[in-house]
Design a protein around this ligand. Structure first.
Ligand SMILES: [Zn+2]
Length: 122
């Protein structure tokens, strides 16, 4: 008698552990609420679906949002300035294209801003 092929049994096992979602309608997470994380936790808050209770997204700290907006504004103003040296100009151009800056890059933006703030009349 021929043994069942190993490949076939592995496949059925894989299929068996897939969650059975038949009969369930997928949730669009149209209504959500915010759950704040414990102080000191890496994340500030999470957005959770009211209907299915699933995690939707992380919410950044308000101070982080303000800081990111401030950096973006400074980079926009520095990018238009003719007072920057070639290295500074290149750096501002490079980090302006990034979605997120490292703490060192943020610090460098602050330094360039501080040294040109007066020249820019700000
Ligand atoms: Zn949902």
């Amino acid at each position: 008698m021929k043994r069942p092929e190993k490949g076939a049994s592995e496949l059925s096992h894989t299929l068996a552990i897939e969650p059975d979602t038949r009969g369930y309608r997928s949730c669009s997470h149209s209504a959500t609420h915010i759950e704040f994380c414990a102080p000191g936790y890496i994340h500030y808050a999470r957005v959770v679906c009211d209907r299915c209770g699933r995690f939707v997204d992380w919410l950044p700290k308000p101070s982080t949002v303000i800081r990111q907006k401030m950096i973006a504004r400074r980079l926009a103003l520095l990018g238009r300035s003719s007072e920057l040296n070639p290295w500074e100009h290149r750096f501002v151009k490079d980090v302006s294209e990034k979605r997120k800056l490292s703490p060192r890059q943020e610090q460098k933006v602050d330094e360039i801003w501080s040294s040109h703030q007066k020249e820019l009349g700000l």
